[in-house]
Design a protein around this ligand. Structure first.
Ligand code: HXC
Length: 261
């Protein structure tokens, strides 16, 4: 997992609530937070994914609470947050990682297809931030929103995700300004192509992998541990003056142009 760069107790005493925390990048963040002292609550629609991650975390001595919810459903989010507070006593860190994605040309995308991704990524991020606000204010907590670089230029077949993640970045900036006064820091991470993730499987067909790799200045795909490390840094006291930033972790990829199709 490659996290040996940080002291094992940098998140000691913290409770993190991680959406999409059963698998992929945000599953990695949940695991890394637990390995660095935090108690973690993970939520997603699929309880089976959550149970597998909970077992993984607990097998390494971490503490994990699994609660299923759909981030599109505000009442369900409120209930998941209340259950976490009941279980662990508080929430200090919220990580918004739940996301939808598929490749689709704009002219073939249905209104519902566009809407479902915006609902999960953008509205879901707002729902969780809003529902966690009182806890975060009480604990001078923080928010980490997982974004993307797809909307920095234009990424064909990703109009829905580009719009959704542009909205997520707007939420990061807005809340950093509105909630900074409460001692709440709000930041984001924009990962590039990260190997061994569902996103990579869905967005990067085998036949374009070499082309994509040739456009990454660091000359390798990202690893989940690269994002874990960025998340650990941003959610630690080392970043206590960083607010409103979306940190790009992509080996320099977006600067070379994102269009593969
Ligand atoms: C076209 C599609 C589609 C596809 C769904 N839709 N999949 N349209 N191509 N492949 C359309 C449907 O036709 C439907 O519209 C609408 O979307 C809703 O579909 P449902 O299946 O009813 O929705 P639901 O079950 O709620 O969930 C669908 C989904 C899911 C959320 C989009 O399939 C999904 O994305 N799961 C993946 C989770 C994931 O991998 N997350 C990581 C993201 S990675 P109609 O009009 O027919 O009703 C990421 C990284 C970005 O974000 C950056 C990487 C470089």
């Amino acid at each position: 997992m490659g996290n040996a760069v940080f002291a094992k107790d940098i998140l000691a005493g913290k409770v993190a609530f991680v959406t999409g925390g059963g698998t992929g990048i945000t599953g990695g963040i949940a695991r890394a937070f637990a390995e660095h002292g935090a108690k973690v609550a993970i939520t997603s629609r699929k309880m089976e994914n959550l149970v597998a991650m909970k077992e993984q975390i607990e097998s390494k001595g971490g503490e994990c609470f699994a609660v299923s919810s759909d981030v599109r459903d505000y009442a369900a989010v409120e209930a998941a947050i209340a259950a976490t507070v009941e279980h662990f006593g508080k929430i200090d860190i919220v990580v918004n990682g739940a996301a939808g994605n598929f490749l689709c040309r704009a002219e073939e995308l249905s209104a519902n297809g566009f809407g479902v991704v915006v609902d999960i990524d953008t509205k879901g991020t707002f729902n969780v931030c809003r529902a966690a606000f009182e806890e975060l204010r009480k604990n001078q907590g923080q928010i980490l929103n997982i974004s993307a670089t797809l909307h920095y230029l234009a990424t064909p077949m990703q109009i829905h995700v580009s719009a959704a993640k542009a909205g997520v970045d707007a939420i990061t900036r807005n809340l950093s300004v509105e909630w900074g006064r409460y001692g709440i820091r709000v930041n984001g991470i924009a990962p590039g192509p990260i190997e061994d993730t569902e996103g990579m499987k869905r967005l990067v067909p085998e036949e374009v992998k070499e082309k994509l790799l040739s456009r990454i200045p660091i000359q390798r795909f990202g690893r989940i541990s690269d994002i874990e490390n960025a998340a650990l840094f941003l959610c630690s006291d080392a970043a206590s003056y960083i607010n409103g930033v979306t940190l790009v972790v992509d080996g320099g990829h977006w600067l070379t142009g994102t269009s593969l199709f």
